[in-house]
Design a protein around this ligand. Sequence first.
Ligand code: FES
Length: 119
Amino acid sequence: MAWHNALKSHKLRDGKTKMVTVKRTMVMLGRADDGLFATEALCRHMRWPLAWGAKVKDGCVRCPLHQTTHRLEDGALQEWSPFPLFPPYGKLVGAMVKQKDLKIYNVREHDGFIQVELP
Ligand code: FES
């Protein structure tokens, strides 16, 4: 594992997320109240780019499409495709894909860059 520059620190403001490619790996970077986080860039459900509208709240990231939710600390699945409830389309499309946790990457700021640890 090694640290790689992902983005200049000043390009990620508080409360924002950005999708970047680091060493051919697509990563979503975010800056929340409790610090930086880095996850795989695409939703585990149907591969929606999470940086396009994901909500970060209570230590979790929620995809805007069907609201699949993962914990930022370890990527553990919290809720799988619950939306919309009526008609139960969310549950239907949720059943089409195997449930998975979200990959979480170590992240830090160093020398004016946000860095991500990758193999
Ligand atoms: S694509 Fe993200 S919840 Fe369905």
